[in-house]
Design a protein around this ligand. Structure first.
Ligand code: PRX
Length: 669
């Protein structure tokens, strides 16, 4: 964690004295009351055994947790269940088939579609039958690269129904990123769409799939056998006969009867790729029983979900873990009614989200601090034009929420009456781990408060010793939990090395944290080379590799610099190859734009550096490690810190001089 983040968070902490008690009415009727913490602490496994009753088990489990071979956990051992049956069919069988599961809102105005649980069941069964026809069998991997349309949820559930693990790749990622994920998990089918709508225009997806399939095929080891394409925008698409199939051709006419098979509790449900400290994304593996228990329990507890009356909206894209746990699996397992929205918050106008909240009477709203800060900048007048009186709970996820944004969210969006639940978790944890409970906790702006019932976390020092109240250090999770990742796809060793080796016998999350005098947890950001841009994890190394893959770049170092809206922004320092410029010539703006575009092509627009600074040297220790701390000082316009461990102490002068003379550029795009 950077010194400055640390200092600033500590300063906030010292001055933050506001407390928000839960509203009395909410406290009285809350799903989870204060005594549950004690109940869970007294017998953690009995607690998690009880939560498993939320699901339908085709065959009951014999043992709650097998932790005989750490760090490889098995939850609900011997139990068998079907995830799609639990998310859809059983609600229909319970008489709730007419309840709306999805209020889908397309970006173009008037483009909406409601799906009841009964309709969702029909669609999922048809899609499962169609995938079977295309050759998908239990255990096969299916990649999904789609916009936010109902078919993405249907596709995920159809895969789950067949026991075919899906890997959803965010539609904003490039063809290269898609290809590497398809290759890593060996997906033989890709489900996609011609495109989707973003910022008022059709944005295509199929060309990236075509390019990715070519790349995957060129490696010679694997080939994508089928590409299933949803027609969304109606744009013309390239077509590979024999491989490409329209969704409407094979799904619409398929039988709506499909008997779900029960799978082992530890059967893989999905792989989600996320950034780590090296260039290669990690395939986080989640399995079935524990994941569904963990996500459905926490969704019900943290959002106090009342499925008969609540309208829930999580604004995350399905391409991230939040979209998996709190848009698809958690809410649907709970029989919730929810909104899903295809487009961007400012299209066709800046009040779009609030207009949707008003129209559907959204009661529970879950978003990211970066969005809240953007709305704050735009001004309270925009949300104030809409009726947000139905809202009762607000959630935040993805990065620390600063107290100003928390209070603005609570007051302006929540009318001063809605508790804000600041939920800390990760792709790896699968479920929310640290969060207030809306009917129990007196919230402090900026703190994620305490571990949820059944969860054990600590803040430890370098030696792994608990720091105690008032101390700061590293966040670790000290006991296994149901939705935890089981391994990294195809790489057990990296799984052990990454999460279980820094401290003995506990999971190291990679985050710094501080305990205040009451023992409440304040997250202080990553302590490794991972950035958090708009709540999305990006690896510095991955962006560096992308930059160095450009023929004009010799070396690159990337840091996350503080950014008012996105939390952190990508700042890159590059050394150009000698051949790139005439001697003495300055890097032209066009070259810098070219490099930014290159990163976008290699990874995706979210990784595009805000700023690229061309430098003659990079600051390194004698052992050759780049001193990012110093680069962060430059990127954040601070006086450069202690340079005594630099191999060449004049380097920072050279860099600062170069920056002052203007060899840096970027834009907001
Ligand atoms: O640094 C923490 C931050 O996001 C990281 C996890 O990122 P990802 O796996 O992409 O999942 C994001 C959605 C769960 C964490 O290591 N983070 C997430 N939520 C919070 C947070 N930091 C502070 N407060 C949070 N509520």
């Amino acid at each position: 964690m950077s010194e400055s983040t640390n200092q600033e968070s500590l300063a906030n902490l010292l001055h933050e004295e506001r407390r928000f008690e839960p509203p009395a009415e909410l406290a009285a009727s809350a799903n989870v009351k204060a005594e549950v913490y004690e109940e869970a602490a007294a017998d953690r496994l009995a607690f998690w055994a009880k939560q498993a009753e939320r699901l339908h088990w085709e065959q009951p489990f014999d043992e709650v947790l097998d932790w005989s071979d750490p760090p490889f956990a098995k939850w609900y051992v011997g139990g068998r269940l079907n995830a799609a049956y639990n998310c859809v069919d059983r609600h229909v069988e319970a008489g709730n088939g007419d309840r709306v599961a999805l209020h889908w809102v397309g970006e173009p105005d008037d483009d909406t579609r409601d799906l009841t649980y009964a309709q969702l069941q029909t669609e999922v069964c048809k899609a499962a039958n169609a995938l079977t026809e295309l050759g998908v069998k239990t255990g096969d991997r299916v990649a999904i690269y789609m916009p936010m349309v109902p078919e993405v949820v249907i596709a995920m559930l159809a895969c789950a129904r067949l026991g075919a693990p899906h890997t959803v790749v965010f539609g904003g990622f490039s063809a290269d990123a898609l290809a590497s994920r398809v290759t890593d998990c060996g997906a033989k089918v890709v489900i996609t769409a011609d495109g989707g709508y973003r910022r008022g225009a059709a944005s295509s997806l199929k060309p990236a799939v075509d390019e990715a399939c070519e790349k995957v095929g060129a490696s010679g080891e694997l080939s994508v056998e089928k590409v299933l394409v949803v027609r969304r925008t109606g744009e013309e698409v390239g077509w590979t006969e024999g491989r490409d199939v329209w969704w409407h051709d094979v799904v619409d006419g398929a039988s709506s009867e499909h008997a779900p098979e029960a799978f082992d509790s530890e059967h893989p449900l999905y792989v989600m790729y996320t950034s780590g400290t090296t260039g290669k994304p990690k395939g986080i593996l989640h399995t079935t029983g524990g994941y569904l228990v963990g996500t459905s329990y926490t969704h019900w507890a943290v959002f106090d979900l009342k499925p008969e009356t609540d309208v829930y909206w999580c604004t995350a894209d399905v391409g991230w873990v939040t979209g998996h746990s709190y848009m698809v699996y958690g809410p649907l397992a709970n029989g919730a009614t929810q909104v899903i929205y295809e487009g961007t918050p400012d299209t066709p106008h800046k009040g779009r989200w609030w207009e949707i909240c008003e129209k559907y009477g959204v009661t529970i709203f879950y978003t990211a601090p970066t969005a809240i800060r953007t709305f704050m900048k735009q001004g309270a007048e925009i949300p104030q034009k809409f009726d947000l009186s139905k809202l009762r709970i607000l959630g935040s996820v993805g990065e620390p929420i600063n107290p100003e944004a928390y209070v603005w969210y609570r007051e302006t969006i929540g009318g001063g009456r809605c508790p804000v639940v600041d939920t800390w978790w990760q792709t790896e944890t699968g479920q929310i781990m640290i969060s207030p409970l809306p009917g129990v906790t007196a919230g402090k702006p900026g703190s994620a408060m305490t571990p949820l019932p059944g969860i054990s976390a600590e803040v430890v020092n370098d030696e792994g010793q608990p720091v105690g109240n008032g101390g700061g250090g590293y966040l670790v999770l000290t006991e296994p939990w149901p939705a935890m990742l089981r391994t990294l796809w195809g790489d057990d060793q990296r799984f052990k090395d990454t999460y279980w080796s820094r401290f003995k016998d506990v999971y190291f999350a990679g985050d710094g944290a501080k305990l205040d005098d009451d023992g409440d947890i304040w997250l202080l950001g990553r302590v490794d080379d991972v950035m958090n841009v708009s709540g999305h994890r990006l690896s510095t190394t991955e962006i560096e590799s992308a930059l160095v893959s450009h023929p004009k770049v010799a070396e690159a170092a990337v840091v996350g610099a503080k950014d008012e809206t996105t939390g952190q922004a990508v700042c890159a320092f590059v050394i150009l190859r000698e051949s790139a410029l005439e001697s003495g010539e300055e890097a032209p703006d066009s070259l810098i734009q070219e490099l930014r575009k290159h990163v976008q092509k290699e990874i995706g627009a979210i990784a595009k550096p805000r700023q690229i600074m061309v430098v003659p040297e990079l600051p390194k220790t004698r052992s050759g490690k780049i001193m990012r701390r110093l680069l962060r000082d430059v990127a954040e316009h601070r006086e450069v810190g202690d340079v005594t461990t630099l191999a060449d102490s004049t380097v920072m002068d050279l860099i600062s001089k170069g920056i002052d003379s203007g060899s840096s550029s970027g834009d907001e795009g």
